[in-house]
Design a binder for this molecule. Structure first.
Ligand code: UDX
Length: 437
């Protein structure tokens, strides 16, 4: 099959590379000249484990290429995926669909013969209907069917999520489009990944509902963590205890500094706005958004409390900046708010992240960037772990102890047992479990 992916950002590149790996012929298109030039030189503009290898192998096999121009590849395509960005619109939090509609009109002008246009970008309910209207009214002689196919890719695990998905949601009721989409995902279907066909609007809502539910689940355990600290319980054990109930499940119950990233903050906000517009407000999600926003600042206060109530003139070493490990993505990372709170409190903030420092330079205030955990811990009054990168999971506490000015570890991801830290003379502060020294 000939498939075109419009938008070679995170979702477009991962989806394009994986579909090429299934044997389809894929052209990834992007308006950014630098991005396409870099991809053609063999450089991958984002950090995602395994992606560079898949791209290189499929280019070498002649199944994957890149283009700045969409007209030629779209003309010969069976399927065109729209995977352009849908950022939060400035001012009102609605998803900004400018890029989606612009891409759709360019696609419609270029298609020849029956073509399926698929929205992979996260789009508000009704966007597929609007695309259909645009195609019908403005391009009446074109034969296009619009399908919704939301992505559920986690950054850092996107290749596995694409190739071993829990399900593939496909919003269309048109028999010709159903047949084409079955063909696109046939290799996964053979792998027993369920293809779940439903109406287009339902499919669009599934994406928002899934992300909102997961954001709510994280927020729930974060509030339980706060209660644990007050009553002397252990949130990790509570999570395990409730997670063994299959109706609840044990995933997404890690208490921490609050969720961030490119999806949860944006999608929860967009769902709240849509629900308000339809006069069907979602109070649970409104509250989830508010709790999560407050939590990031509260984590700054937690660090200040661990430093005996003030960080003025103190050196704070921050381990991990990205919103989660195995990505270089800083979008809505809790670290941004936490670092700001510490800077506001007069701290001298030193930071280190394995992959996120370039992106961090664009969003963090005046901090000092170090080369590794030990360099920034030198003379520190507290070491604060914000992102659970593997390289922070086995810190050499003996060495750290000789470097720091005050042996204080604030572990916002609960990756250490208290005994392991206090044994080396550190005071330990975690989230929702016992602190001590
Ligand atoms: C998410 C969804 O998982 C994916 O299906 C969707 O399509 C895109 O958004 P992603 O943003 O890459 O993926 O990361 P995810 O692993 O879901 O984590 C999101 C945030 O929640 C991170 O900040 C993470 O640290 C936090 N989180 C996650 C927790 O605090 N606790 C948890 O138990 C799980």
């Amino acid at each position: 099959m000939r498939i075109v992916m419009i938008g070679s950002g995170y979702v477009g590149l991962v989806s394009g590379a994986c579909l090429a790996d299934f044997g389809h012929h894929i052209t990834c298109v992007d308006k950014s000249v630098e991005k396409i030039d870099a991809l053609e030189r063999g450089e991958v503009p984002i950090f995602e484990p395994g992606l560079d290898t898949i791209i290189a192998q499929n280019r070498a096999a002649g199944r994957l290429d890149f283009s700045k121009d969409l007209a030629a590849p779209v003309a010969s395509a069976d399927v065109v995926f729209i995977a352009v960005g849908t950022p939060s619109r400035r001012g009102d939090g609605h998803a900004d669909l400018t890029y989606v509609y612009a891409a759709a009109r360019e696609i419609a002008a270029a298609v020849e013969g029956f073509t399926v246009v698929v929205t992979k970008s996260t789009v508000p309910v009704g966007t597929g209907d609007e695309l259909e209207r645009i195609f019908r009214d403005e391009f009446p002689d074109k034969d296009i069917s619009v399908v919704s196919n939301p992505e559920f890719l986690r950054e850092g695990a996107a290749i596995t999520d694409f190739k071993r998905p829990d399900r593939i949601v496909l919003g269309t009721e048109e028999p010709r489009a159903i047949e084409v989409m079955r063909e696109v995902y046939r290799p996964l279907y053979l792998n027993e990944a369920p293809l779940y066909f439903c109406e287009r609007r339902t499919s669009e809502l599934i994406k928002y509902a899934a992300n909102a539910f997961l954001a709510m689940k994280i927020t729930f355990i974060n509030e339980i963590a706060d209660l644990c600290e007050q009553i002397g319980a252990d949130v990790q054990k509570v999570a395990k205890g409730i997670g063994m109930d299959k109706r609840i499940g044990d995933k997404f119950l890690h208490a921490g500094p609050g969720y961030g990233g490119s999806c949860f903050p944006k999608d929860t906000l967009a769902l709240v706005k849509t629900a308000q517009d339809y006069d069907s407000p979602m109070r649970l999600i409104e509250t989830t958004v508010a709790i999560n926003d407050n939590r990031k600042r509260a984590m700054g206060r937690k660090v200040i409390a661990a430093c005996d109530g003030t960080v003025r003139g103190k050196k704070i070493a921050i381990l991990g900046l990205t919103f989660k490990p195995n990505t270089d993505d800083m979008r809505d990372a809790p670290s941004i708010t936490i670092v700001q709170a510490l800077l506001d409190g007069g701290a001298d903030v030193h930071v280190y992240d394995p992959e996120g420092m370039d992106a961090a330079r664009e969003v963090l205030g005046p901090v000092v960037y170090g080369r590794d955990p030990y360099e920034i811990a030198d003379g520190a009054d507290a070491v604060v772990l914000i992102t659970e990168w593997d390289e922070f999971r086995a810190l050499d506490f003996k060495r750290l102890k000789t470097l720091v000015s005050q042996p204080v570890l604030v572990d916002l991801r609960n990756i250490y047992p208290i005994a392991e830290v206090t044994r080396h003379g550190f005071s330990y502060f975690a989230v929702g479990k016992k602190s001590g020294s």
